[in-house]
Design a binder for this molecule. Sequence first.
Ligand code: FES
Length: 328
Amino acid sequence: MIMHQVLDCIDAGTEYCPCFLAETGDCIMCSQLQGREFCDCQNWKGVCIYQEYIWNGSRIKEQRKDHLCRIISRRQITEGVVLCRIKVSTTLARELNQPGAYVFLRNVNEPGYFDTPMSVMAADGREGTIDIVIHTKGAKTKALSSDSGEFYLRGPYWNGILGLKYIKGLRNSRVLLIARGVGQSPVVNVARKLLAAGNEATIILDKGRLGINIAEEYLREMSCEIANKQVLDLNSLEIPKDTVEYIQKVAAKRQIRLIYSGGTEKLHEGIVKIIDSLEGNIMFACSNNAKFCCGEGICGSCQVRLQDGSRIRTCKTQINPREIFRGR
Ligand code: FES
């Protein structure tokens, strides 16, 4: 029998909860705000969302707004890839200094539908700055790369990684972090969080099509040990055999407790297969590659289908990512 997942909302219990989904009867966690009569709360986050809604006059809390932010510096690190340092409030920088953090950015001269979700690679809570890598690909990222001195920024958002509870809950263990191409951007905050909790990290970086390791400088500052390997064969879209063997060897020898995958869905699928071939109960976390448009659970562009046929909006929902990639 396929068990239904206990879903978790990334915003539950934060200052942005209850959100628009409470008003439309689509709250991810609260059965009463879904229109049912009884409380069926299965994932208590320390706050009753229904009570918060009622106490707030049956209205949602104030939601995230656009902030006009100055660009401190832009550095082209390779063809079509720019590293931007952006000035934000110290509070926002602290809120973004965690795994999975991202913001929506847009060129100040463009309308709202140019909002582009961008991972936060690093955030400095004392200086009030965030570092973001922009890979110019389509109309929205081209607009971000044009020479304006400011961006509109909407945030903070946190669901850029699935399996966050494993990253946040792990202490004094060994982890393996694998990241490729622009997927290297979120791995910096993942490594920082894990190292701060006394974990030891082995890191595999693949330059991917960018031809450069965008996270290497940041990871070296944290004294991380880095191996350079190709983690995805571009013809077969599988993990090359020698890399599979390397991962298996590292996982067994170092008794790895968690593997993080930052890259395409093909990489995630390959890593899940490797984990399934290994002994022990290795946890899995990965970058959330769904297409984010609103980030608020409204538009449905980030929806994925689970094995039981249900659909979840991954901009809001935290779930064990193996439920998405297992068996693909
Ligand atoms: S991005 Fe709009 S619902 Fe998730």
